[in-house]
Design a protein around this ligand. Structure first.
Ligand code: ZN
Length: 230
C-alpha cells in the first residue's frame, strides 16, 4: 500500500466517492477543499459532516483519515462571470460551454493541492474529474489533468501523481463504485449528506439533496435511477 494521499474534497458526491477510494488504498489520507466564492455554501458546509460520519461509521477507515484543509481561492471570485459565482443564469454560453464553467478552476485546484501536498509530504493527489459525464468542461479531460500533473512534477521537482478514479465512468457507475467501497452505508451517506446542486438546494430526494431541476441534479438523479435499475 502506498503511504499517503491528498483528496480534493468539495463535499459533493464525486469527491466523496474519491475519498472512499483513497481510504481503501492509502494508509493515510488528507483532504483539501477550496473556498472560491461559490454562491452556495451548502457544499462546503457538508464537508465536515461527511468527514465526521466517515470517521464514526466506517471503523476500517477511521485511523486513515487525517487532517482536513480549507484553502481560499479568492482570485476565482474576483474574476467572476460564472453562474457558480455570480448571479448568472445557468444555460449554454456563447463560448459553447455551460455558464457554470469556471475557467481555470481545476488548474488552480490541482496547483494549490500539489503545493499543499509538497508541504505535507504527499505527492499522490486524488480528484473527481470525469470525462464521461463532464458537461464539456475542458479542465475535466484526462489530457488536461495529466498535463497539469506533468507541469507540477517539473515545477516542484518531484513526481506528482493525479489519480482520477471517476475519469472513465458515468454517474450510475459512480454510485456502484460507492457501494463496492463502503456498502449500502456509504450510498446512504452520499444520498443524505453530499450536495452537488448548482442552486445549493438541500431538499432531500431518494437520489440525494438538490433542487431536482438544474443540470447537476438531473445528472445525479438519472445516474441514481440507472444504478438502482441495474
Ligand atoms: Zn440542483
Amino acid at each position: 500500500m502506498t503511504s499517503s494521499a491528498l483528496v480534493l474534497f468539495s463535499g459533493g458526491q464525486d469527491s466523496t466517492v474519491c475519498l472512499a477510494w483513497a481510504l481503501a488504498r492509502f494508509a493515510r489520507v488528507e483532504t483539501v477543499g477550496f473556498d472560491y466564492g461559490q454562491r452556495h455554501a451548502a457544499e462546503l458546509a457538508a464537508r465536515p459532516v461527511i468527514l465526521e460520519k466517515l470517521r464514526g461509521d466506517f471503523p476500517q477507515w477511521m485511523d486513515r483519515l487525517g487532517a482536513d484543509h480549507l484553502l481560499p481561492l479568492d482570485t476565482l471570485k474576483a474574476i467572476g462571470g460564472s453562474a457558480l459565482i455570480d448571479a448568472v443564469s445557468i444555460e449554454m454560453g456563447k463560448d459553447g460551454l455551460p455558464t457554470t464553467f469556471v475557467p481555470g478552476r481545476n488548474v488552480m485546484f490541482l496547483t494549490a493541492a500539489a503545493a499543499l501536498g509538497y508541504r505535507r509530504g504527499i505527492s499522490d493527489l486524488v480528484g473527481g474529474m470525469c470525462e464521461t459525464d463532464f458537461s464539456g468542461y475542458p479542465d475535466c479531460r484526462n489530457d488536461t489533468v495529466q498535463a497539469i500533473a506533468r507541469a507540477l512534477s517539473l515545477g516542484l521537482a518531484r513526481d506528482v501523481t493525479v489519480h482520477t478514479p471517476l475519469m472513465w465512468i458515468d454517474k450510475a457507475a459512480t454510485w456502484k463504485l460507492a457501494e463496492e467501497l463502503g456498502g449500502a452505508k456509504l450510498v446512504e451517506l452520499i444520498v443524505a449528506e453530499t450536495v452537488t446542486c448548482y442552486q445549493g438546494d438541500p431538499s432531500p430526494h431518494d437520489w440525494g439533496r438538490g433542487c431536482g431541476k438544474c443540470p447537476s441534479c438531473e445528472l445525479r438523479a438519472s445516474g441514481y435511477q440507472k444504478y438502482r435499475a441495474a
